[in-house]
Design a protein around this ligand. Sequence first.
Ligand SMILES: [Zn+2]
Length: 137
Amino acid sequence: MQAVSYIAGMAQDTISTLAGSVRAGLACACPRCGRGKLFRGFLSLRPRCDVCGLDYGFADSGDGPAVFIMFLAGAIVVGAALVTEALYHPPYWVHAVLWLPLIFILTLGPLRPMKGLMIALQYHHKAAESRFGGDRA
Ligand SMILES: [Zn+2]
């Protein structure tokens, strides 16, 4: 009886839905409990969750967050620069003043939430690097 309530309590503390995982990832929180912090520095991970103790050793988002952000920010900045040039023909220094800060905002701003999101989705889908040989490791 006590074991059942213990398991039910654990189930309440873990995130089981995709929407919950996405929320925890965007909030840069632990992908299992959603309450512990994920990052120690700007992009470096803590070794484990402070709240539930999940080992973050599995987390390997690689270049994924940077690639998604580069494509999105590149499309926005290049599109805006082309439209501005076609409509107003401003001098080059205006382009530098407009687009350099926008590049920093659009790339550095969403980098942490995007990395958190990719780690949360990796945890949710139990994604791992594939190996040859199955169980033989
Ligand atoms: Zn946790």
